[in-house]
Write a protein that binds this ligand. Structure first.
Ligand code: GLU
Length: 318
């Protein structure tokens, strides 16, 4: 009989990732998500890779990506493989789009921003989500040219498991509607790039902020259409500022440099982050490796991150 422990040890090591968009600095909430993704795979002997999601050329700045990479390295989080940059991957995205087109799953979308804004105000827009109602879905796409292109989602719900929130059953048609894969301005869109790159980088687990939980079923549908294996998912809570507002990349949220300038050393920052992820009873100074042994998904709180942040800011003032 096979010893289950040996059986475990022959499972391929997991591959995790952190995939920031260089549109701002990484604040405590982003750093907490990055650390969770790193701890989760490293605790199982896996690999962790970094991807710069600069597919939206108009909003991304390479200096910000450099700073993000530097800030993660300051915490001890460094990519185990080459850092993928979405800006360089147009050929690959085009090939994925061609496959979906050959399978008849794409259509051209004529809706203007104004049309979409009106749709967002309609009563079906729930929790701030703006499902695309499928206005153009019966249109065909004759050739792949620079225009707005959407993926025709199949009907029905998707059952999936979240490492923090447990079993989920979502209807992507209700949550996002048919996702945009290519934009009229010539950029490939987030959903296409993220799914293709997770596949290309062999990602087996995705740890990201809970704000992306509602797009997971849509991305699973795209994985299915492209024949990309489904990774495991865990969506971690966001960190709120002392007034309860969500930390934003804009709006004065502090990154590593600002925290350090306020007198906080890296080991203290890691102590707070580790404590907020349930690895430490108290926010004691540490290095990332110190947190590996204690990291467990069932200890990661699904809420309550506001308190940790308030505490960090209180200590900052001291
Ligand atoms: N690039 C996205 C962001 O910075 C994250 C994408 C993902 O983790 O799937 O919010």
């Amino acid at each position: 009989m096979i010893n289950p422990i040996n059986q475990d040890s022959v499972l391929p090591p997991p591959v995790g990732r952190f995939a920031p968009s260089p549109t701002g600095i990484l604040h405590l909430g982003n750093l907490r998500t990055a650390l969770a993704s790193w701890l989760s795979v490293k605790a199982k002997g896996g690999a962790w890779v970094l991807r710069i999601e600069d597919v939206d050329r108009n909003r991304c700045r390479w200096e910000l990506a450099e700073r993000q990479i530097r800030d993660l390295a300051a915490l001890g989080l460094e990519s185990d493989g080459p850092i993928l940059r979405q800006m360089d991957r147009g050929e690959t995205y085009r090939a994925a789009l061609s496959k979906l087109h050959a399978d008849g799953l794409l259509y051209a979308c004529d809706c203007t921003r104004k049309d979409l804004a009106l749709m967002a105000a309609a009563p079906h827009a729930e929790d701030g989500l703006r499902p695309y109602p499928g206005t153009c879905r019966d249109r065909t796409l004759t050739e792949l040219k620079p225009e707005a292109i959407r993926f025709r989602l199949p009907k029905g719900e998707v059952a999936w498991r979240d490492g923090v929130h447990g079993a989920q059953v979502d209807d992507p048609n209700r949550l996002t509607g048919d996702p945009l894969l290519h934009r009229r301005d010539g950029c490939f869109a987030y959903h296409l790039a993220v799914v293709v790159d997770d596949g290309a980088q062999g990602i087996t687990e995705i740890v990201r902020g809970v704000d992306l939980r509602s797009v997971t079923a849509t991305q699973i549908r795209l994985q299915e259409a492209l024949g990309i294996p489904r990774p495991a998912y865990a969506h971690v809570a966001l960190v709120a500022s002392p007034d309860g507002a969500r930390l934003g990349k804009r709006g004065g949220a502090m990154g590593i440099e600002e925290l350090q300038a306020s007198g906080l050393a890296i080991p203290q920052i890691l102590g707070w982050l580790g404590h907020s992820l349930g690895c430490l009873d108290r926010p004691e100074p540490c290095i990332a490796e110190d947190l590996l042994r204690a990291f467990a998904w069932d200890q990661v709180p699904d809420q309550g991150v506001e308190f940790i942040c308030r505490r960090a800011e209180k200590d900052l003032d001291a």
